[in-house]
Ligand binder design. Structure first.
Ligand code: ADP
Ligand code: MG
Length: 383
């Protein structure tokens, strides 16, 4: 999959610009606060359906404007015609999405068309950070690959939200017990779909991470990803999740109401899933060096690309926001060599990065929301 062109109007600090990309490595280069991450945010919007920075749609519209427009042309490997995705974001909260001119029903219909893997400095803490970061890593990857997953996940999150509100209400007023049973039934069934997909995915990723880490570190240590969910206690895999696990969660959601009401929210479910990262059978979070933790995170991101290729038949586009300057030379050249046969779009404000790679990348200068493709202008000056 290749991103051919992105066009913006009134998006963040970009008034009206477009930019073409080449098949290999593309470098968006400029000083801080010029709009580099904004461009990746715009491209990734089409893969993820929202901002990777957690911004609301309104926040992405240029200050003082009523709406922002984004348009992405991409092409699937082996296809002769590109696909266009476009989005109009409005201050009123209304959003119009199209695919090659035809209106889409919403974000869910858009996700899965254009696939991308985003790698930014926050991902370097995938191993050491909290479980929410790891759940979001699984969710973002799986949502792009399996529309049914995204559907189950949003239904589960909605039910969880409602059940939490009901728990708060129950602190003052007793709630009819049949209502708790309905939630237990619905949430345990959706949790089963979610957890079994996550387990399958993490098992697949485990294999890729082992291979990648092996070639990165010459096989000195052996990593392992260890998915954990309340639906799988006995190590019985997918079968257990779909059988005993589902029953167990259903019972837990009915039998612990007193505790949950005292605590103020739902204590059991797939929203507590996590995965441990082990290195030589030891918890990497506690025992691995910061460098090893970064290498593991790097391997996980590359593995995400491998899993996406297996599910979708082609590599996704890789978007690297500011990570190159966070990595030492060894890790930097490892990632670039691993990605050398795919399309990558990198942002950097580091002159060393620019000077080192200028000849092997398509260099696009970003300055105050203006983009200059140096392939057109031959201008590589920094000022
Ligand atoms: N809604 C918006 N309207 C106009 N400018 C914005 C908006 N949101 C962010 N900006 C501007 O975008 C710039 C940051 O862009 P960013 O892409 O994060 O920079 P960088 O090049 O460092 O990655 C800042 O100058 C900020 O003021
Ligand atoms: Mg940035």
């Amino acid at each position: 999959m290749k991103c051919l062109r992105i066009a913006f109007s009134s998006f963040r600090n970009i008034a009206s610009e477009s930019c073409s990309f080449s098949d290999g490595a593309n470098l968006l280069w400029g000083k801080n606060a010029q709009g580099k991450s904004n461009i990746l945010e715009g491209i990734y919007f089409f893969a993820r359906g929202r901002s990777f920075r957690g911004a609301r749609e309104k926040d992405m519209i240029s200050f003082g404007e009523n709406e922002a427009q984004l348009s992405l042309d991409f092409i699937k490997d082996g296809d002769s015609l590109p696909v266009n995705l476009s989005a109009v974001l409005s201050q009123t909260g209304k959003k119009v999405l199209t695919r090659t001119g035809a209106k889409l029903s919403g974000t869910k219909e858009m996700i899965g068309n254009f696939r991308a893997v985003l790698f930014c400095p926050a991902h370097l803490t995938l191993v050491s950070g909290g479980p929410a970061l790891r759940r979001s890593f699984m969710d973002i990857a799986l949502s792009q690959l399996y529309p049914a997953y995204l559907d189950s996940l949003s239904r589960y999150n909605r039910a969880l939200h409602q059940r939490n509100a009901l728990i708060k209400q129950a602190q003052d007023t007793p709630i009819d017990s049949s209502l708790w049973e309905i939630y237990a039934e619905q949430m345990s069934s959706l949790a089963t779909d979610i957890a079994s997909r996550r387990l399958k995915y993490m098992t697949e990723l485990d294999g890729y991470v082992a291979e990648l880490f092996d070639s990165m570190t010459s096989g000195r240590e052996v990593p392992r990803l260890d998915f954990s969910t309340v639906l799988q206690k006995e190590g019985g895999g997918e079968e257990e999740i779909k059988g005993e696990g589902q029953k167990r969660l259903r019972a837990m959601l009915c039998d612990n109401l007193k505790r949950e009401i005292a605590y103020g929210s739902t204590l059991y479910g797939t929203h507590k899933d996590d995965f441990g990262v082990l290195l030589d059978k030891k918890e990497a979070k506690l025992y691995a060096s910061q460098g090893q933790q970064r290498s593991l995170a790097l391997a996980m991101k590359l593995a995400e690309g491998e899993a996406s290729r297996r599910a979708g038949g082609e590599y996704p586009v890789f978007l690297l926001d500011d990570v190159l300057s966070e990595l030492d030379e060894g890790r930097r050249s490892f990632i670039l060599s691993k990605l050398s046969d795919r399309q990558i779009i990198i942002t950097s404000c580091d002159s060393d990065v620019m000077e080192k790679y200028a000849d092997s990348v398509r260099l696009i200068k970003v300055d105050g929301g203006r983009l200059t493709d140096t392939a057109d202008y031959g201008d590589r000056s920094c000022e």
